[in-house]
Design a protein around this ligand. Structure first.
Ligand code: F6R
Length: 638
């Protein structure tokens, strides 16, 4: 949800900011904008509706000079996606410029107060209210900019990651966060600011993750060459540092001094590139054999027939004594949670509830001290999931999170957890993160089951050994990519799809449907196969493709009957079956085979053809696969 970038240093800011926006475009792409203070001390703002490339075209003949700047790529919350609502926003006097990721919930009240004071507003955004509030506070309270930012943020209810420029302080960049991520990169006499580390990684591996309610001030003197004098209040720093030895300071919004903790980034530039694939999504689908190997490395030891998950080992008692496990997540991560419900109940025999984070947190849930709450989030920043675990934590539950982005807010709030280690997922539709979440949750279910003695040793050993085979088996499924691409073409006419599955593969059906919806804009629904006759069967006709996930396990025979019912009504069936299947292959229109595996691991294989099917249908339809309309990768607003 919106990406923010900032730069202050000796280089030209504009190219760095634009490159950074491209890296963050997955967070939102309704509009983009940039603010720069040029060497003459002018604060220039350029904005354009649409993607970052539109901004580049617009700014091509403009003055983009300056060594300090901020930039934004937007996913609209308040106000339609147009140029006026695009960030950055000026303050009333056009002295300040701000970019913002998050939502100011009490913006209407603050706006009314400012309007009474004579402030006027050009946009419909909550962000413009904040920059006006900062300017108003500074003028009214006669304080420096840092203090004005602190005082303004004390009045704000909501979430924010902001960066502010002040043309009267052309050597200073101020930023702050609460609830939305913010990282500062430390270069050689230069600093970078971004919503995540991807715009920073090619310049430095030294970063500081800004904490909630912290305000960072970065001041590098001598950036403006001509005619800029500091304001009467002696600039930003409360204790001016003539040697400029400490250009970066962090305080809380209540002005408590903080000691910045510098961390080393573990991210490589090649992970942020397409590596010869036409889309990030396809690259990420094909990465899955490797990413799952990475997720299991050091955890699944096939030679010793063992799984060691440090987040479990260190907190064994909490899991063994849990009366209930609540899993909370959104979207694709919620589907991974549903699969985990089957595995944890089967192997560990602990009741599991799987909750949409957005519903869970608002329905006054009963949470007990001996509950374990598992949050699943690729980004680690999803606002609803974060709020759900904060609530559960307040009520004394133990919080375990499964996240991909190291150092994100959700793992930081959690008591313990497990990183999936799949590297950056850039395609907006989640693929490799999903399979890694399923692997992490399966490992956890097996650890609990083994320790509790609720599963047989033989079953444990079979699954551990089979886990080790999964990357190779995925490779075999990926070998059918060309065939899937070929028959995908025949389905681009469809307006609706149904996806059916049972047991472990019912959540896979929902995940397949979600993939199709989000990237091809075809309506699709995932249903438990047996539920079809309770309603959705009315939809079946020649025009309605039905994808059936039917591996040879569990309720296979029943699913075969469901396929017969669809065929009897002239539905067109694409079936995912186990290699060597004779029955379904004879009745389905198209079949895709997966190698045989343990039932609990089938989702790791059955989901791959569904990812590919959605991908190829979207490509043939000419959709923007990596950046589907209206979506954003990291949903940091509620
Ligand atoms: C779908 C998708 C979303 C995310 C959801 C949660 O392809 O990517 O449904 O799964 O927004 O995001 P995280 O996992 O980052 O919490």
């Amino acid at each position: 949800m919106c990406g923010i970038v900032g730069y202050i240093g000796k280089r030209k800011a504009y190219p760095i900011l634009i490159k950074g926006l491209h890296r963050l475009e997955y967070r939102g792409y309704d509009s983009a904008g940039v603010a720069l203070i040029n060497p003459a001390g002018q604060l220039n703002i350029y904005k354009a509706k649409g993607k970052v490339s539109e901004l580049e075209t617009y700014a091509a003949d403009k003055d983009t000079d300056g060594c300090i700047g901020i930039a934004h790529t937007r996913w609209a919350t308040h106000g339609e996606p147009n140029t006026v609502n695009a960030h950055p926003h000026y303050s009333e006097s056009e002295r300040l410029a701000i970019i913002h990721n998050g939502i100011i919930e009490n913006y209407a009240v603050l706006k009314a107060v400012l309007q009474k004071e004579g402030y006027t507003f050009k946009s419909d955004t909550d962000t413009e209210v904040l920059v006006q509030l900062i300017e108003y506070t500074q003028l009214n309270r006669h304080v420096n900019l840092k203090t004005a930012v602190q005082l303004a943020l004390q009045q704000v209810i909501g979430a924010y990651a902001i960066a502010v420029l002040d043309k009267d302080n052309p050597d200073t960049l101020i930023a702050a966060r609460k609830g939305s991520p913010l990282v500062v990169g430390i270069g050689d006499e230069e600093y970078f600011l971004a919503s995540d580390a991807t715009p920073i990684v090619e310049y430095t591996d030294k970063v500081i993750y800004i904490e909630d309610e912290e305000v960072v001030v970065i001041r590098i003197s001598g950036l403006a060459d001509e005619g800029i004098s500091e304001t009467a209040d002696e600039g930003i720093s409360e204790t001016p540092n003539p040697l400029n030895a400490n250009p970066l300071t962090i305080t809380t919004i209540n002005n408590v001094q903080k000691t910045p903790e510098i961390k080393r980034l573990e991210l490589s530039l090649s992970q942020l590139e397409k590596g010869g694939y036409p889309h990030f999504m396809l690259k990420e689908i094909f990465e899955q054999p490797r990413t799952l190997t990475d997720s299991m490395r050091g955890r699944v030891n096939v030679r010793q027939d063992n799984i060691a998950l440090s987040g479990f080992i260190d907190n064994k008692e909490r899991f063994l004594n849990a009366k209930r496990i609540i899993i909370t997540a959104c979207g694709t991560s919620w589907h991974a949670g549903l699969i985990a419900m089957y595995a944890i109940e089967e192997f560990a025999q602990i009741p599991v509830e799987v909750e949409y984070s957005s519903e869970f947190r608002y329905r006054k849930p009963v949470i007990n001290k001996d509950d374990v709450v598992i949050a699943i989030s690729q980004s680690g920043e999803t606002a609803d999931t974060l709020a759900a675990i904060q609530l559960a934590k307040e009520k004394g539950a133990f919080i375990f999170s499964i996240c991909n982005v190291v150092g994100a807010s959700i793992p930081r709030v959690s008591d313990s957890g497990c990183y999936t280690h799949v590297g950056p997922e850039i395609g907006v539709a989640s693929t490799k993160a999903f399979t890694a979440q399923v692997v992490a949750l399966t490992m956890l279910a097996l650890c609990i089951g083994k320790e509790k003695g609720t599963m047989s040793k033989e079953q444990y050993l079979c699954i551990v050994r089979e886990l080790g085979q999964i990357p190779d088996k995925i490779e075999r499924v990926l070998g059918q990519n060309k065939r899937i691409a070929d028959f995908a073409k025949t389905f681009t006419y469809a307006q609706n799809f149904i996806y059916l599955g049972r047991g472990y593969n019912f959540p896979v059906a929902m995940e397949g449907a979600l993939k199709l919806k989000e990237i091809s804009y075809i309506h699709a629904e995932g249903y438990p196969a047996a539920e079809m006759k309770h309603g959705p069967i009315a939809l079946i006709s020649q025009e309605m493709p039905v994808v059936v996930v039917a591996p040879h396990c569990g309720t296979y025979e029943k699913v075969v009957s469901n396929i017969q019912e669809i065929k009897a009504r002239k539905g067109r069936v694409i079936a995912v079956v186990t290699e060597g299947d004779q029955l379904v292959s004879r009745i389905a229109d198209y079949t895709i085979e997966i190698p045989a595996t343990e039932e609990c691991l089938t989702p790791l294989l059955t989901v791959i053809p569904l990812q590919l099917l959605a991908y190829h249908i979207a490509v043939v339809k000419g959709c923007d696969v990596d950046q589907p309309r209206n979506l954003a990768k990291s949903v940091t607003v509620e």
